[in-house]
Design a protein around this ligand. Structure first.
Ligand code: UD1
Ligand code: UDP
Length: 379
């Protein structure tokens, strides 16, 4: 039997961990591959929450997170740290996901060593380099170097074609976030205690209509975050409504939200939830209000209307399907849009239909088969 292909999977933040654990599970179960995991720990606590539930023990942990880290310092330590791991591991191929600083630095370190890099969640484009910032440029840089581009949808494959990427190297696989959501939902069904930690809040807000909120985008820091906080204060004045807001650990988010929203009866500012508990929040919420990428993909899969606090999105599929709506960050607009969904049943029902434009839960399996074809190994 030929030697297994050594694949180094590199990631560092919560969403990358969520979207890569299905791929890691599939690679580890396949004798054609030797899967080595390197985490940068660009996020520490929020990454570890996912590693724990997915039972992934990294082979290499760079532990690069610093409080309030700057993009320059982060990128510099990522590039040198990942480079050293690559020199030690000597991978045949490298996998990165999405558009974070870790993904971009991992791809660059691989390119500097002429190791092929394969890109999970390729081809997302907003066509605005400052929205989202710096992710739009990060993913374009990765796209310029990638060997295989695993596009989640036809839309993302088309975006790559417009950039003259060789179509033979682009594969539409669906988004692995749906695999992750199916996996965690099955775990919760088998072991309900994994998501039972919201019970007290659910009792406190019994009879109220729950709005789930997340927010962390850099381009929303400052005025955007202030506007979001103002909108939440106004929404929470309604006696029939409650807001559950797991607050991202980024200090630029926490400062504003703690200052503006602490102590309100109808608002629960809570610590970031682990993935099973966040899945529970997605299920009990009537509406999601978010600037997250991943939540824009998960909410449509569960038929939850999602109002996206951004000017543009690289995930138009949810908007086209009618489950997502771009609302920007003006407090006025956010309050109007939430009120419409709460007060107009027809408007709510029009959005609350389950759609899976982002995949069928089989993306990781497809990715592993495509990798096996690429290296010429049959199952
Ligand atoms: C990063 C990604 C962004 C992704 C987001 C997901 C970049 C440039 N940004 O943004 O694309 O959408 O993750 O959440 O790669 N912190 C903690 N503990 C944690 C995580 C963060 O304390 O577990 C705090 C630290 O003070 C850290 C700060 O948050 O310095 C910012 O983290 P960073 O990874 O730089 O950026 P994010 O805004 O999280
Ligand atoms: N998420 C989580 N706990 C939380 C908030 C979000 O597990 O308290 C998950 C969510 O289900 C989604 C991912 O984190 O899969 C989104 O991460 P984030 O919004 O930080 O980043 P983005 O997707 O915008 O890059």
């Amino acid at each position: 039997m030929t030697q297994p292909t050594r694949i180094l999977v590199i990631f560092g933040t919560r969403p990358e961990a969520i979207k890569l654990f299905p791929v890691i599970h599939a690679l580890k179960a396949d004798p054609r591959f030797e899967c080595v995991v390197c985490v940068s720990a660009q996020h520490r606590q929020m990454l570890d929450q996912v590693l724990d539930i997915a039972r992934i023990v990294p082979d290499h942990d760079l532990d690069v997170m610093q409080p309030d880290q700057t993009l320059d310092a982060l990128t510099a330590s990522l590039l040198t740290g990942i480079g050293k791991v690559m020199d030690q591991v000597k991978p045949d191929r490298v996998i990165v996901q999405g558009d974070t600083a870790t993904a971009m630095s991992g791809a660059l370190a691989a390119y500097y060593r002429k190791v092929p890099v394969d890109h999970v969640e390729a081809g997302l484009r907003s066509n605005n380099i400052y929205h989202p910032w710096p992710e739009e440029v990060n993913r374009k840089i990765i796209g310029a170097m990638a060997r295989l581009h695993f596009a989640p949808t036809e839309t993302s494959a088309t975006a790559l074609a417009k950039e003259n990427v060789d179509p033979a190297r682009v594969h539409v696989t669906g988004n692995t976030v749906i695999d992750a959501l199916h996996w965690v939902s099955a775990r919760i069904e088998a072991q309900p205690h994994l998501a039972a930690g919201l019970a007290d809040l659910e009792a406190r807000f019994a009879g109220k209509r729950i709005i789930g909120v997340t927010s962390h985008r850099r381009e929303n820091f400052g005025e955007g975050m202030e506007q979001i906080a103002t909108a939440i204060r106004r929404i929470a004045e309604r006696p029939d409504t409650a807001v559950i807001f797991p607050v991202h650990l980024n200090p630029n988010v926490r400062r504003v939200m703690n200052e503006r929203l602490s102590g309100l009866d109808n608002v629960a500012l809570i610590e970031p939830l682990d993935y099973p508990h966040f899945a529970r929040l997605l299920n009990i919420a009537e509406i999601m209000l978010t600037d997250s990428g991943g939540v824009q993909e998960e909410a449509p899969a569960l038929g939850k209307p999602v109002l996206v606090m951004r000017e543009t999105t690289e995930r138009p599929e949810g908007v086209e399907a009618g489950t997502a709506k771009l609302v920007g960050t003006s407090a006025e607009t956010i309050v109007t849009e939430i009120s419409t969904l709460l007060d107009d049943t027809v408007a709510y029902e029009a959005m609350a239909r389950a759609h899976n434009p982002f995949g069928d839960g089989q993306s990781a399996r497809r990715i592993v088969e495509l990798l096996a074809n690429e290296i010429g190994q049959e199952a």
